[in-house]
Each structure stands twice: as structure tokens, then as C-alpha cells.
Design a protein around this ligand. Structure first.
Ligand SMILES: [Zn+2]
Length: 414
């Protein structure tokens, strides 16, 4: 009897999860051109979900419900429809998931990501070590990979500089997860046959955290494809229950300034205090535990940008010449693979102010060369990048990663 109640419970859970799934039929993504500050303010009042990183005069990408479309249309601004049926695109990509393929021809859910990490460790035990960084708000494990020659012989090589890559602070940016997995698979897979990579892995330690925000990531698979923040329950406020902090506004360096919100319902809600979220704290602890950490890339999507500090101010860092030089090398490397154009520059002046972003913390607190790369595309599909672009996106960014590893190997100070 008990068994049947259990089964019934499971079935109900399944039915509820299905029923709760956000429905985006009739939603569209528009690129709206605003010419005045007044137009911009009116637009931002009417729209819940801004996709664009550039919130200023000019072009803005927004994801609109049918009701919002009518409101924005009444403003009589120039409009270009980027995605005419968001619901259909999400659905068509969901049916793609059924097709079996290799790791980089489709997106991977969280269980599949963990499995892919385990498999890599099993395949290359002397090169790859999977480790637990901590657990998320909902108790999910956050895993990392450590990749270096003789990985099991020493917990940390004191004479090897370290580089860290991470993805998926923002849940809906799926291609960042695949790109991080791709970096791990290429490094491990090419060790021994590719002389450059063989040399690099004997001199460096590489850390890879594909999913910083597992609760949000799982939620984008089960409930709402376009969820961005983590999933912490914040409380019941004037507009009902509120969930989630924007992890990339929660970092504790110049926290709380421009480009972050104190509104619990906002997509850029920065949290009640710096480092209030367990996910940011665990990644911060990992970085703080690596005395040799010299470089870092936080992957996001979309917009095709190579960004560096500061995010909180327009002032340039003292390291700007180095950031510029390495950023430009990465830009050229990316362009050399599939001809794609990624725009380089400091966050604040290249896109928008974003106080509380990870790269300001990593550079500001640890003086580590910290980049944010916004992956494909430039807005045609935005967060709903088709699965056939995973591999080329990962390939071109692996070329950028090699540039950063080359820079880092010469950066060791005893
Ligand atoms: Zn992002």
C-alpha cells in the first residue's frame, strides 16, 4: 500500500511539474530602437524581461508577452522582430533533446553534465579530478574539475599557476555549460597528442566549474526555460512570493551600485547583502583557496563580447594595458576559427554598469586577470541558441582559452 502511495505521489509530482511549466506561446523577442531617455524609461516600465545587455539609447532586445507587445506597439517606435514565436522555438529545441547525439550536438541537463564530468575523470584519472565545491541553496552539489599532469599526486602544485573557468551563473545561458565541458574534454583529450596542450598541462592547473547555479539551471529544464537567477525563496512581498538573486550582482566588491537592483522581483536583484548567496560564497572560497590563481573567465551568453573590469565604474584598472592586450589576442583567436566577431572592452564602457559582478571581485580582491566572455549569438536567437551552434561556439572559445593559458604559463611569481 505504502509503495502505491509513493508511486502516486511521484506521479502527482510529475503532473504538477508539467502543469507548472511556463508557457511562452505568443511571446516574441523584439529589437526596439529608442531615441530619447523618456522613451527608454517608458519602455522599461512596460517590459518585464530585457534580454539585451545594452540598456541605453539605441537598440534594445526585449522578450514580450502578447499584452506587452500591444503596449510597446502603441509607443510607435522602430521595431524588428527577432523571434516571432518564443514558445515554438523552445518547443522545437525541447524535441531536439530526444535525439541522441554526442556531448556537443545537444544541450545537457544537470544530471548529464555531472555524468559527463565523471566520465572524463574515469577516462583520464592521471589528468582529471572531479571535486565538490559545495552545495546550492536547494542542496544540489556544485562540482568542479581540476585538470593538470599528475593530478592525483599533489593536492595543489605550488609551482604551477592556476586558471579558472566557470559557466552558468545565469541559469538560461545554456551554451556556457557546454563550452566549459568542451574546454575540459579538449584539454584532457588532446593531452599527449597535441604538443601545446601537453606542455600547458605540465605547467598549469586548470579549474573548471560548468554550472555555478545548479538550482536555476535545473529550473530552466523543468519549469521555465528563461529563468536567470538562483532559486532562493526570498519571502512574500507586495506582488506575492519572490524567488532568486542575480548571482552576478551578488559579488562582494563595490557591491550595491549601478546596474544592480534592490527590487526582489528584478532580474538583476543583487541580494540583501554582498555574498549573501551560498553559490557565490562557494565559488569565492574555491578561488581564495588557490594561491596561484592568475587568470579567470566567467562565461555568459549572449552578445559576443570579451569583457574585463571594471563593471562598477568607468575608470580603467591599472592593468588595462594587459587586459587589452590579452583580450585582443583572444578576439583574434576567436575570429580565426569561424570568422566570428567578438567585441573587446571594459564592462562599464563597453556595455553597461554592473556592480557586484564576479570579475570585479576576482580582480579587485585577488588581482587575478578576470574576463567575462559573452558567447554567441548577437540576438537572432539570444538565449535560445540552436544546438547546432554549440560546437562552433565552443571551438572558437577554446582558441581564446589557449591564448589565456599561454599568457598564464609565463606568469609565475615564486
Ligand atoms: Zn549572463
Amino acid at each position: 500500500m505504502k509503495k502505491w502511495i509513493g508511486l502516486f505521489g511521484l506521479l502527482m509530482l510529475f503532473v504538477c511539474a508539467q502543469a507548472q511549466k511556463s508557457d511562452y506561446s505568443g511571446w516574441q523577442v523584439w529589437r526596439v530602437t529608442v531615441k530619447t531617455k523618456a522613451q527608454l524609461d517608458t519602455l522599461l516600465k512596460k517590459v518585464q524581461d530585457v534580454w539585451s545587455h545594452e540598456v541605453g539609447l539605441g537598440d534594445i532586445d526585449v522578450c514580450l508577452s502578447p499584452k506587452e507587445q500591444a503596449m510597446v506597439r502603441s509607443m510607435r517606435l522602430p521595431i524588428r522582430v527577432l523571434i516571432s514565436d518564443v514558445g515554438a522555438v523552445i518547443q522545437s529545441q525541447e524535441s531536439d533533446f530526444q535525439i541522441q547525439g554526442d556531448l556537443f550536438s545537444q544541450y545537457q541537463n544537470y544530471d548529464q553534465v555531472i555524468l559527463a564530468m565523471r566520465n572524463l575523470q574515469r577516462q583520464y584519472p592521471n589528468l582529471v579530478e572531479m571535486f565538490l565545491i559545495g552545495t546550492s541553496t536547494a542542496g544540489r552539489p556544485i562540482y568542479g574539475l581540476r585538470i593538470t599532469r599528475g593530478v592525483r599526486q599533489q593536492r595543489l602544485y605550488s609551482n604551477r599557476p592556476a586558471v579558472l573557468f566557470n559557466g552558468c551563473q545565469h541559469a538560461r545561458e545554456w551554451v556556457t555549460v557546454s563550452t566549459n565541458l568542451y574546454i575540459a574534454y579538449q584539454l584532457a583529450g588532446l593531452y599527449g597528442s597535441n604538443t601545446q596542450i601537453t606542455d600547458l598541462l605540465g605547467r598549469l592547473e586548470v579549474y573548471i566549474v560548468p554550472v555555478v547555479n545548479p538550482d536555476g539551471y535545473v529550473f530552466t529544464w523543468t519549469n521555465n526555460r528563461l529563468w536567470r537567477k538562483n532559486r532562493r525563496y526570498l519571502g512574500n512581498f507586495q506582488n506575492g512570493p519572490a524567488y532568486g538573486v542575480d548571482l552576478n550582482r551578488n559579488w562582494g566588491y563595490e557591491w550595491g551600485g549601478q546596474g544592480s537592483s534592490n527590487n526582489v522581483y528584478s532580474e538583476t536583484y543583487r541580494g540583501p547583502s554582498p555574498m549573501s548567496e551560498v553559490e557565490t560564497r562557494r565559488l569565492a572560497q574555491l578561488m581564495a583557496s588557490l594561491p596561484n590563481l592568475r587568470a579567470h573567465i566567467d562565461f555568459h551568453s549572449y552578445s559576443q563580447l570579451i569583457l574585463w573590469p571594471w563593471s562598477y565604474t568607468s575608470t580603467l584598472t591599472v592593468s588595462d594595458p594587459t587586459f587589452s592586450a590579452v583580450g585582443n589576442q583572444m578576439r583574434l583567436a576567436i575570429e580565426g576559427v569561424h570568422g566570428m566577431n567578438y567585441t573587446p572592452g571594459p564592462v562599464y564602457t563597453t556595455i553597461y554598469p554592473a556592480a557586484g559582478a564576479i570579475l570585479d571581485w576576482v580582480y579587485g580582491v585577488h588581482r587575478v586577470l578576470s574576463f567575462c566572455i559573452e558567447l554567441r549569438d548577437e540576438g537572432q536567437f539570444g538565449f535560445l541558441l540552436p544546438a547546432d551552434q554549440i560546437r562552433p561556439t565552443a571551438e572558437e572559445n577554446f582558441a581564446a582559452v589557449l591564448e589565456l593559458l599561454e599568457w598564464t604559463k609565463g606568469r609565475f611569481v615564486f
